[in-house]
Design a protein around this ligand. Structure first.
Ligand code: HEC
Length: 145
């Protein structure tokens, strides 16, 4: 959590480096479930709720939200403190689905940097299937998304 917030404060250049190249953060100090509720959901709600950003400042909100999604995906690769998290992280299907989430986050980030609303919508559509597929596979019974 602290690491995610720090990344945000480092600014766009640093975020590219941190989100793009570093290894996933070691030993996340929260559960996957908490990460979903407190980090993934608000950031993706922001991305999916995009309306008509005008200024660079308006667009920065979406660059930041995409950075959060990218970093959350990278954190998920290591699981977390939840009882099932380590087992999930060890599953290749989990790794593939987190990669899909990270990829969609990167598409959204690029679209926001380019201030391209059509590309934002397209990235938003790519962002959704990993949520659904992963919940079907690892969190059956959860249908809300
Ligand atoms: C790689 C797998 C994976 C991906 C991708 C994923 N999730 Fe999850 N999500 C989970 C798992 C597993 C849980 C349940 C965790 C638990 O119960 O410990 C969960 C739980 C949740 C919850 C809490 C639901 C509840 O039961 O209260 C929300 C909300 C959520 N995810 C939203 C999202 C959204 C939005 C996305 C896509 C942007 C997403 N998730 C992508 C695996 C994933």
């Amino acid at each position: 959590m602290i690491r995610l917030l720090c990344t945000l404060t480092l600014g766009a250049m640093a975020a590219v480096t941190v989100a793009g190249q570093d290894d996933p953060p070691a030993n996340p100090e929260m559960s996957v479930n908490d990460l979903m509720i407190t980090i993934v959901t608000p950031a993706t709600d922001t991305l999916w709720g995009i309306e008509d950003p005008q200024t660079a400042e308006d667009w920065q909100v979406f660059v930041d939200a995409a950075d959060v999604v990218i970093d959350a995906g990278r954190t998920m690769k290591n699981g977390g403190t939840g009882p099932n998290d380590a087992g999930w992280a060890a599953d290749p299907a989990w790794q593939a689905l987190t990669d899909a989430l990270i990829g969609a986050g990167r598409d959204a980030r690029q679209a926001a940097v380019n201030q391209d609303i059509e590309a934002m919508y397209a990235a938003g559509e790519v962002l959704y299937p990993p949520c659904e597929e992963c919940h079907l596979q690892f969190h059956p019974g959860f249908r809300e998304q």
